[in-house]
Design a protein around this ligand. Sequence first.
Ligand code: ADP
Ligand code: MG
Length: 325
Amino acid sequence: MSETEFEIIRRYFMRQSLQREDVIAGIGDDAAVLQVPAGQELVVCMDTLVAGVHFPEGTPAAAIGHKSLAVNLSDLAAMGATPAWATLSLTLPETNSTWIDAFSHAFCALADRYGVQLVGGDTTRGPLSVTVQAHGFVAAGTALRREGAKPGDRIYVTGTLGDAGLALQLRERAPGELRKKLDYPEPRIEAGRALAGLASAAIDISDGLLADLGHLLEWGRSGASVQVDALPRSAAFLATLRRPGSHKQSSWYELPLSAGDDYELCFTVPEVLCPRVEQQLSALSCGCTRIGIIEEAAGIRCYLEDGTRYQPVATGYRHFDGANT
Ligand code: ADP
Ligand code: MG
């Protein structure tokens, strides 16, 4: 190693100017000492990204730095939590200062934007792997849960779906906006906070809408109808599918339904609260779109605009009411 472990930590991971008052001891001591505000509950999550499994070899260091924290902040968003702290376990094959600099710069930039202080971690040598733990707060009793969707509740998603999936399919040929959605997903923190106390259930979409909505239904012991023409698609997604030679028809429905990595929120709202939720989320850049309704009968039923059933092609998710599960 050209730099000792502590030099790496000092140079690249103590670069945040943010110093939260609830951090009594941060990086540098044997462990962090942290103060949870009175009346708040601590919300904790962890996600690991392994090279070649969760991102292709050769993914830019900045994208890995951003995404390793973003996927955790997305989990906090799905709980309605306000992020506060993070810890980082970094396993590196070699000490490459250019790589670590780009990684930590992107990680700290996202952390700064959401007021998250990096308070500790571990640095080891081995095949590239990044584990982040994120911590946030919710007012006691107000966390959004997967459990709680009731028949009659409306189903919504934030932002647009299918962008990351299309970028993954097209790789280098993907337009910048789609590539950005795949490599630099924006955690829907403000949306999650606005929904705490209003939504009956919430989840973030990491594995695809059908799979993740399926989890909500599993917890709520219910089913759903989804209007596939109502699924929100970005301008870049539409323009790309209009290119000659693209498999428009299948991708148009399949990517928003089944592709992962969008990190939007899927949530359910009792009908009486819908106007309030729509008003609050319309003030945010991501917005929200109503895509369906919770029903008693198990399974997910997809419908086209004209009322006919649409049978998704993709399999691999449970809780789909059809022959091809
Ligand atoms: P120990 O020998 O007690 O395990 P380390 O040398 O691993 O301590 O870490 C020293 C300090 O640096 C600790 O406060 C630890 O939390 C922090 N640290 C180590 N690696 C990282 C990292 N990748 N990101 C942030 N903090 C780190
Ligand atoms: Mg250690």
